[in-house]
Ligand binder design. Sequence first.
Ligand code: ATP
Length: 911
Amino acid sequence: MTGVGKLHWHGLDNDTVLELLGSSWEGLTSRQCRERLDRYGLNVLETGDGLPVLRILLDQFKDFMVMMLLAATAVAALLGEVADAVTIVVIVVLNAVLGFVQEYRAERSLHALKRMTAPVARALRDGAECVVPAEELVPGDIIQLGPGDRVPADARILHARALEVDQSLLTGESLPVAKHAGVLPGRELASPDWTNMVFMGTVVTQGRARGVVVATGMETEMGAIAETIEEAGTGDTPLQRRLDHLGRYLGLACLLVCGLVVAAGITRGESWFHMFLAGVSLAVAAIPEGLPAVVTVALALGVQRMAARSAIVRRLPAVETLGCATLICSDKTGTLTKNEMTLREVTLASGARYEVSGSGYSPEGQFSLVEGAPAAPDLALILTAGAICNNARLLQENVRQRGRIQRKWKVSGDPTEGALLVAAAKLGLDGETLSRCNPRVDELPFSAERRCMSVVVQRGAVRRAYIKGAPDTVMGMCSLARAGDSEHRLDAGWQRRITGQADTMAGQALRVLALAYRDLPATGETEIEKDAVFLGIVGLLDPPRPEAVLAVSRCRQAGIRPVMITGDHPATAAAVARETGLMTPGTGVLTGAQLDALDDPALARHLEHTSVYARVSPQHKLRLIRAFRAQGHVVAMTGDGVNDAPAVKEADIGIAMGLSGTDVTKEASDMILADDNFRTIVAAVEEGRAIYDNIRKFIRYLLSCNVGEVLVMLAAVLLGWPLPLIPMQILWVNLVTDGLPAMALGVDPADPDNMRRPPRRSEEGVFSRGLGIKIAVRGIMIAAATALTFGWCLGQTGDVARARTVAFVTLVFCQLFHVFECRSETRNVFSMGLTSNPWLVVAVTCSVAMTLVAATHPALQPHFQTRSLTLEEWMAALAVSGLMLVTAAVRHLLAQVVAGIARSGVERHDL
Ligand code: ATP
């Protein structure tokens, strides 16, 4: 990639910079961008990932036991056993192909997810602001930056307001650095000190800026240190690590048993070479080291399903943790409510109260006076203040409705501010005209901690500040109140009255904002947010999401406590919490100020009966998470603002808002909600539980099959029988016929009861809740069934190859019946139906067909040493293996009867 070359951009003025970059204040055209993209390449840091496809393919053969098997096969070929060698190689290759296909798909879907969460940038293209993938930025692009944005490329600042940037990734310096748009003299400055430039990867902590991209990709300052950048890891999940660990022990046990089988065989006079091959085959087949890989596949497939439901997982371990979540801490705005604000009420400082009609963002509606004396000038002033102290834009876009194109109003930016623009427009005040006539000279940006924002505008010789924010905050900045033509001292009486009005509005689930202004002296530094004139309060309606009610109740059914943590007024928060069912009788609201007054033990006592935390700051969120976790809760927590990142990181499952969240919060999160919706969190928990269930299903399936195989071989050796299966058969069963059904279990649909049981304990082991016993019992039964048909046929015919064929098909049938039982740990095998997982039916059919071919096709019979069986032998194999299913059903029935008796016993006792 070539760059525009390193120039001392910081020493040049804006117009020279733009000229040198072939750009302008309106940005580049789409055509210029395409050309530059070809010339400079993508704006990405090269990480030298290598060729994943080749890596995945080679990984399939990397396993130690597979290598042993291939070595043994080579020896077999040298000794003249070419047919055996070819068969084994074919089986190993088939297995590798299966494994490759699975892992490649998993890798692809994880890659696709990565792309979904790839950063975006706001750029000016063809004169309009649009959101583009950050990797498509080119030198000369004009970009916009706001709080919480990660800077997408190196850029020279053209225009900045109160801009502060955290450059710690570049310099290690943790304090944010103030940036501006001026020219810097002095070539000797080091790049981090270029305060009129921003660098890729650094974070905007506050303020806004417009800049022109001067370098992209490896040409950036970050490109120079690219290797040190840490990617959001998709590392192993706890279960994968646990399985890896377990696999080692099981592998050792298998090796011991295989050694025993080999030793016993050799002692009994079998050829050492054949026994060695049998031992290695058994070890390859029985050692479950493939499990972590299968888990990856199941996780990846599940993660794809979650993405389809708008939950985008950034870190795989979160999928498992989701299933253990006991508490969901959710924001209010946008998550439980629609984040579609409409201004409903205005109460002026004079006491005049107006109701506002209209719906959505359409600027049509009426103001009707419902209390007090008419005060049109004050009404116009408060709405002017709301429209000027505003960073949103009201736009019209074309939407197709019932086949017709219609113009629809939409807000770009914060919906709260959008609603203020709409209300002003209803009174005939156009936001854009107001902003043009009142050019902004300064801004104190909104932050969740400050709960207010101010702008200073210049109108002729007059400088005026407009302030808006939470009523208590704004009142604290005012010394006067405006009523008609006069200004009154905002004394305790006025304050009490306004607080009462704000509380009444908030009690109706309205979001309340107060507005004020201050005329500033023409010269000299003056504190902006002080001695201002209070104008009044406005109430905005943000209706609760109807689906949130159901999601909250599903949460409760699933043993998960929903909690609301919001920066909004306690009364607004409580009203929304009641409407969504989140606040139940006996639970209350705790405010940030009350939280501050509690020490840790007192807070711990409050947690149990508080479901709404209001007027909290991001620091409070962090404290709450720690307190909940100290009580043993597994906490899922949402966040959007730049300062939410630490809390999101601290939570067991950090959730960022996809629509309203900042880059920094998204990067700190484990999961992103593409639609910001509370329901999506609950859906993700449901999928998380289903994925874990599916992993348990195939652990159960694969391990009981392996136990069955090892035991039948061991039993034969101990009984002094010939080996019931030859290496080729063992390998075929294990590496080929088992694989497909196991994969199909990975996509089994969620159990309908999945959200009616309590969360799983996070420290729960792989074999918990009786899984170990189930695996052992079923393994013994598979071994017994195989040994039984083998012994029976051997006794009847004395033909070892025939008896092995019967044992081979019995083993496969047992396993294929067993796979249906593995679909649920609670439900009867016959009650689940076959249509709910058609993949399983396809997989089992394929496995049956492949086994029939191996057992009956004249071309394959010599390779597998199989014989054509009689009808009686087929029936025997089928009947014995069919017993698996019958015993499973009977055992389930008995368990139900016993549970029923126990229940009625308890009820009688209670009576
Ligand atoms: P959450 O999303 O956590 O439920 P929230 O969106 O209600 O919370 P914040 O965005 O932190 O909370 O806002 C807190 C308070 O700040 C609001 O109650 C409101 O009074 C005030 N506020 C919100 N948005 C703005 C804004 N754009 N300008 C000025 N003040 C604002």
